[in-house]
Design a protein around this ligand. Structure first.
Ligand SMILES: [Ca+2]
Length: 323
């Protein structure tokens, strides 16, 4: 055969195989040399990419298979090949900095289902082989898989961008996106109430928190990680139940490579019935409880606990911001 014709026929296959191998190599490399965590939300966003990533991988594998042979069994081969990549990419993480996890594999599988299901739904050959009921089920199943696959990525992406854009405000209890970050950091929402009249004008909505456990969490947020352009952390707080409460503000640093915990800063504060703005100079964060230098461009979390709440302490918070 003429060399040019031969090359022209072979080129799409070679190109497709090269792109597929490149994609596989990228997944493996991203797993082994995972970039340093920028913030909890960005980390969650990166983890949520498993589903969409594998939806793309499986669609790609299927289109490679179709170049050679159009058959319904390609769906099974493509699913098996993509799942093998998923298992391999988890296996290479075992010695690496990230954790290999079964939930990642589950999201890979749902992503694969989403990608293949949607393609099968619009495949005439699949339709001719399935009963109407099964074909309808395939459509519903694929739509559910697409939702489970793409909604977390969309929400985390939206919240991470909003969190960055809201800086220097960390939390004001005014925005919908903040709810996504509360759920992430605390698995629940504080009670949101209208600011009482003695709060500064423009306070809008504030949070009423409570605990009855010594050192029980009143409030926790995982903010945008880079505070290096600012000099103070400040927020409004007041007792929510007329009595004075001793609270402990804890600011943690993201753990460095190979560490379970980063530097930790703690400060005791006393909250009375009238609303007060508490100001903590970021230079003070260097007074860590575990003797490590505090890197203010790698903030992990801000926690407030009630030191000795007695029968129960209620504290109101608003407007955590940097200045
Ligand atoms: Ca507010």
């Amino acid at each position: 055969m003429n060399v040019v014709v031969h090359l022209r026929r072979g080129l799409p296959h070679i190109a497709t195989a090269a792109v597929a191998l490149g994609f596989l190599a990228t997944i493996m490399l991203a797993h082994v040399f995972s970039p340093a965590v920028e913030s909890q939300l960005i980390d969650d966003f990166m983890n949520s990419l498993h589903g969409p990533g594998f939806a793309v991988v499986v669609v790609f594998i299927l289109s490679v298979l179709r170049l050679y042979h159009r058959s319904v069994s390609n769906y099974l081969y493509a699913a098996a090949a993509a799942m093998t990549i998923g298992v391999l990419s988890e296996a290479v993480q075992i010695p690496g900095p990230r954790d290999a996890s079964a939930s990642d594999l589950l999201f890979d599988a749902v992503g694969i289902l989403a990608g293949l299901g949607l393609l099968a739904r619009f495949d005439k050959e699949v339709q001719s082989r399935l009963s109407n009921g099964l074909f309808l089920g395939l459509g519903v199943g694929s739509i559910l898989a697409v939702i489970v696959t793409f909604v977390p990525t969309t929400l985390y992406g939206y919240a991470a961008i909003s969190q960055y854009r809201a800086m220097p405000t960390i939390v004001s209890f005014e925005n919908t996106w903040e709810k996504i970050s509360y759920y992430e950091s605390w698995r629940g929402l504080p009670e949101l109430i209208a600011a009482p009249p003695d709060w500064p004008e423009g306070s809008g909505t504030i949070a009423r928190t409570s605990t009855s456990r010594p050192y029980g969490t009143l409030f926790r947020v995982e903010p945008f990680a880079d505070w290096s352009d600012y000099s103070t952390l400040n927020f409004m707080a007041a007792s929510g139940d007329e009595s004075r409460h001793e609270i402990l503000l804890t600011v943690r640093e993201l753990p460095g490579p190979g560490r379970r915990r980063g530097a930790t800063f703690e400060r005791k504060l006393s909250v009375g019935p009238s609303p007060q703005r508490f100001v903590v100079p970021l230079a003070d964060l260097q007074q860590t409880t575990n003797g490590r230098p505090f890197n203010v461009s790698r903030i992990s979390s801000v926690n407030v606990t009630a030191i000795d709440p007695g029968d129960g302490a209620s504290v109101l918070f608003d407007d955590f911001r940097l200045e």
